[in-house]
Design a protein around this ligand. Sequence first.
Ligand code: ASP
Length: 425
Amino acid sequence: MKLHTRILIGLVAGATAGVATNLLIGTGPMTHKVVSFVTEPIGKLWLAALIMVVIPLILSTLSVGVASLGDLKRLGRIGLVTAGCFLGLTALSTSLGLTVMNTIAPGRSLPEEVKTELMATYKGQADEAMGLGSRAFNIDLLYSVIPRNPVQAAASGNMLGVIFFAVMLGAAMALLPAEKAAPLQRVLASLGHVTVAIIELVMRVAPVGVFCLIFSVTARFGLHLLVSLSAFVVTVVGSLAFFQFVGYTLVLWLVARHPPLDFFRKARLVMITAFTTSSSNATLPTTMRVAEQKVGIPREISAFVLPLGATMNMNGTALFEGATVLFLAQVFGVNLGLGQQAVVVLMSVVTAIGVAGIPGGSIPLLMMVLAMVGVPAEGIAIVLGVDRLLDMCRTVLNVTGDLVTATIVTRAERMTLQPDPLAQE
Ligand code: ASP
């Protein structure tokens, strides 16, 4: 049975068992125990095993990828096209989120008692995120791009710093004469192969990991929240789905000149992994494998675009950020004019670059955007209860956007897609 089918079975079984537990047994101590001591630890360990290989994967593939581009002019050209795609797609998705939220305006009709109850229930979590946010978004974010100590950057999960170091390593290997650079390049290439082998092992138990993650989310989910916040959830998920299936289809057709149906069929394992893990970083190993073997993106392009994308390109997150700022502005009766909405688009695009590709990574930065445009940041508490569901959906766009960009860059470089017909999932 194909891997994506097995993962899908894990997903459906986990969701069914979780919802059944939620409805039949409730979210009381019994469910709490099963989730806290059985399913959540298994799910978290599986996720950790995937994230474990991200730093060696980024270091090896990005440096070897940059080195194999050959000359720095080509690196500059590919870098420009990649950055243009990242910014263009993110600005487009955010504008869509704001437009739809302006039109439907679900925040205006949220009952006062629901607002008060949600604020009280999730206040603690909101305060915690606020603390993280003030540390995450300041001038240190800029300093983190060029790390004084690359080992420390890797140890503290500073992806932007690791990326910068890997690009410099690759550029230097490209500049040196072959006999000097080749030994290190071979070691790094080998490290890349070994990491992929680890990923394949970890993905073998993906159905179990996915079952446990989804069970934990659904068994403990405040299902009644979905009803009170249904207008908000439907608006955000609807906008995300529209961008995923209509937006990317148009971009693939018009810009990448690639048949969209074929793309989505090949990318389904990536989409399912993103949906179930809620983490661009945890999905990166799968994205790279599918990009090269199934979609046929040349290695030097996937090795450059995808690690950057998993860290910096978050189309779904930016859409969610923009839409949520507007929703909360509606709830609190703050009138955001066109100028302020333009600031929201800009800040959502900028902060999405700094968002960590992990579950809930965007919440601290979203709170900063709220504060910046005068919407009470603690209001985030209102949407925290449904955030995991939205996170699963927006992460799908975050990784699909990376694959779409890699397809566009391949075309811009006048290279052809060469999928491996023998590739196994
Ligand atoms: N979970 C998202 C990701 O990993 C980030 C976020 O929006 O919270 O891409």
